[in-house]
Write a protein that binds this ligand. Structure first.
Ligand code: MN
Length: 209
């Protein structure tokens, strides 16, 4: 993750139609090539005249943006968050989902939530509870304790010192073409394509601190 300005929209790690029938090809194409692309374009614009910010990673930009004057910091906060959150979301899905958590993460989910089924219900409730646009997250603290949280708009868990493991984008553009206003249907489909291998890798990195 040493990438810095100018940021580029890297291809998805799978084809646009790879998540069918759970998430449709057109939504994936527009979400990646239009929505994420716009955040990348706007982030590069926001950094163009600020050479001292141009060597920073996305994570560094998100963390420093709140300390900058608002006219400089706010567009960076919003757009770096938009890039970070979308990449995290796309990488957190796969056409070859194991459907259930595995490894150390599976054990931690059982320990923190009682069972995968209970975690799944709590995470779904959190994703349903987001008013307007935002995300639900599974996060870890530095000791490997898990929590569920939500963020509005393109905010991230990073300023709270939390380490993200999994997120779901519940902006309407993530599901409106296929599910219309039925967010619950989209979340139900999303569980079929969760990349638990990736989530477990992230968890192991979070635990190392
Ligand atoms: Mn989105």
């Amino acid at each position: 993750m040493s990438e810095h300005y100018p940021f580029e929209n890297k291809p998805l790690p799978y084809k646009y139609d790879a998540l069918e029938p759970y998430i449709d090809e057109k939504t994936m194409y527009l979400h990646h090539d239009k929505h994420l692309q716009t955040y990348i374009h706007n982030l590069n614009n926001a950094l163009r005249d600020h050479s001292r910010l141009q060597k920073m990673t996305l994570e560094q930009l998100i963390l420093i943006s709140g300390k900058l004057p608002e006219n400089v910091g706010l567009p960076i906060w919003r757009n770096a968050g938009g890039v970070y959150n979308h990449r995290f979301y796309f990488q957190g899905m796969t056409p070859s989902s194991t459907k259930r958590p595995l490894g150390a993460l599976a054990e931690a989910i059982d320990k923190n939530f009682g069972s995968f089924e209970n975690f799944r219900k709590k995470f779904t409730d959190a994703a349903m509870s987001v008013f307007g646009s935002g995300y639900a997250w599974l996060v870890s603290d530095g000791r490997g304790n898990l929590n569920i949280m939500t963020t509005p708009n393109q905010d991230t868990p990073l300023p709270d010192g939390l380490c993200p493991i999994l997120n779901i984008d519940v902006w309407e553009h993530a599901y409106y073409l296929k599910n219309y206003n039925k967010r619950d249907e989209y979340i139900g489909n999303w569980w079929h394509v969760v990349n638990w291998l990736k989530a477990n890798e992230r968890y192991l990195i979070c635990k190392k601190g």
